[in-house]
Design a protein around this ligand. Structure first.
Ligand code: AMP
Ligand code: ZN
Length: 466
């Protein structure tokens, strides 16, 4: 097997190997915690989850860092409007983000790090850049002079001819046709929060935080850096300019960018107002696994057009997968084994793995699973599928779910409390004693729907939540 990823830097599919043995050093630009994240953001984070899981399946260990941007223009504006300290303002959204990650079953990176907890390191990095001649000061702020870094533009492949020497920006985000000197340290302004430092009173720009936090935890050259495609320019271009100017070494070996989630051919974004949060969709009754399935099912380098029809189609696909699992688990097949089904299962596994090895082609990987389901359903109908075919089919489904993680239903909040479960079990025991098996089964099914699994033992009934 070889794993290949499309590298934005070289614009090619490349075989992936980590730099240090078996461990992959990976950095992800995390959320700016000024609002709930929307499902566009979550598409990018779901891609990172698939990437994490696939790398682990392929035997790699991960050292994965994700930052939380908790100081930035939009945060400051919003916190000041509400008369709150930025830490109080962002804490709510940081917590909400972690909850959303859990709801969507996104694995936590090994380290989650906050920008505001790395200000001294950022100041140090800016001072190093100054000593090396990459910066200039203006009105107490410090800017990066992109003309001092001739490779500027190599990631986003922009031509810099139109760049007016010395033109600069103070804002954290700006457009692609606007390659300019960008701010590293912003001088204190009005009532805005600030830090005292060797650079004067002020606060860091957005771009420096990722260079500093990624290199602090992962070393000067990272294996993988990910983010949404919109971060390629200016953010990641600026990260390269900063990091490589400091170390003189390549900053990142593989740049992986996720394409956008779109709504009616526009990028889903907070500023356009065309967004849904995860919470919006849950409130409309969609299960988290259905949303996760939708976000993961389109390969990450393709745009994903969000529609409610698409969401419903994901629901149908997921039902198909679950029905298949149920059929495998509950049917009494004839003894024996069908070699052709064994072969079809082996081929499906091979194709599933090859698809994910090839730049995480999730659509093709799912195609392999659904094709096997089609074939095996037919063979179950005809009686060809035998007991000896169950275990390989189960194993493939388990492999599928170790990456897609959608088969297990989420137990809804507000589900039965422990004492309610105990009371229902007592009622079921009584029903069985009085030979009211219908009621006993009803209760078992009701509990199963709530994700409670019963186990009848000689010492009574034990139960657990799924
Ligand atoms: P932000 O909180 O705006 O910094 O965004 C967090 C992550 O979501 C970044 O990696 C963005 O590139 C990504 N992102 C923002 N909008 C979308 C979208 N519509 N589709 C996919 N990813 C997005
Ligand atoms: Zn970043």
């Amino acid at each position: 097997m070889s794993l290949r990823f499309y590298n934005t830097l070289t614009q090619q599919l490349e075989v992936f190997t980590p730099q240090h043995g078996n461990t992959v050093r990976m950095y992800t630009c995390g959320p700016t915690v000024y609002h709930y994240v929307h499902i566009g953001n979550l598409r990018t984070f779901t891609f990172q989850d698939t990437l994490r899981r696939w790398l682990r399946h392929r035997g790699y260990q991960l050292d994965h860092v994700m930052n939380i941007t908790d100081v930035e223009d939009k945060i400051i504006r919003a916190a000041m409007e509400q008369g709150k300290a930025i830490g109080d303002y962002t804490a709510v959204y940081e917590q909400a983000f972690l909850e959303d990650m859990d709801t969507l079953r996104l694995q936590r990176p090994e380290r989650l790090v906050r920008a505001t907890e790395h200000i001294p390191e950022m100041v140090e990095a800016i001072r190093t850049l100054a000593q090396k001649g990459f910066t200039y000061d203006s009105d107490g702020s410090v800017y990066y002079r992109i003309a001092a870094f001739p490779q500027y533009g190599k990631l986003s492949h922009i031509a810099l001819e139109g760049n007016r020497a010395g033109a600069r920006v103070d804002v954290d985000e700006y457009e692609k046709d606007d390659a300019r000197d960008f701010v590293l340290w912003k001088a204190r302004r009005g009532e805005e929060p600030f830090w005292d430092s060797a650079l004067g009173a002020g606060r860091p720009g957005w771009h420096i935080e990722c260079s500093v936090m990624s290199m602090k935890y992962l070393g000067e050259t990272l294996d993988i850096h990910t983010g949404g495609i919109d971060l390629t320019f200016p953010h990641h271009e600026n990260e390269i300019a900063q990091s490589e100017a400091i170390t003189g070494k390549p900053f990142v070996r593989y740049w992986l960018h996720a394409e956008h989630l779109m709504v009616e051919s526009q990028k889903m974004s907070k500023s356009l107002g065309n967004f849904y949060t995860l919470r919006d969709l849950l409130a409309q009754g969609y299960q988290p696994e259905v949303i996760r399935y939708l976000l993961a099912s389109v390969p990450y380098r393709k745009k994903l057009n969000f529609t409610f029809d698409g969401l419903r189609a994901s629901q149908t696909a997921l039902e198909r997968l679950r029905n298949y699992q149920l059929r495998l688990d509950t049917t009494r097949f004839a003894e024996g084994v069908s070699d052709s089904i064994l072969e079809a299962t082996r081929k499906a596994k091979e194709s599933f793995e090859a698809s994910l090895d090839e730049d995480l082609n999730t659509a093709e990987a799912l195609g392999a699973i659904f094709e096997l389901i089609r074939v095996t359903n037919t063979s179950m109908d005809s009686g060809e599928f035998k007991t000896g075919n169950v275990e390989p089919a189960r194993q493939l489904l388990a492999l599928f779910d170790s990456i897609f993680d959608v088969l297990r239903p989420t137990v809804q909040a507000g589900a039965l409390s422990d004492s309610e479960v105990d009371a229902l079990i007592a009622e079921r025991t009584a029903a069985k004693k009085s030979r009211n098996f219908k009621r006993a089964d009803e209760i078992r099914n009701l509990l199963a729907d709530q994700g409670v699994i019963l186990e009848d033992t000689k010492d009574g009934v034990r139960w657990k939540r799924k």
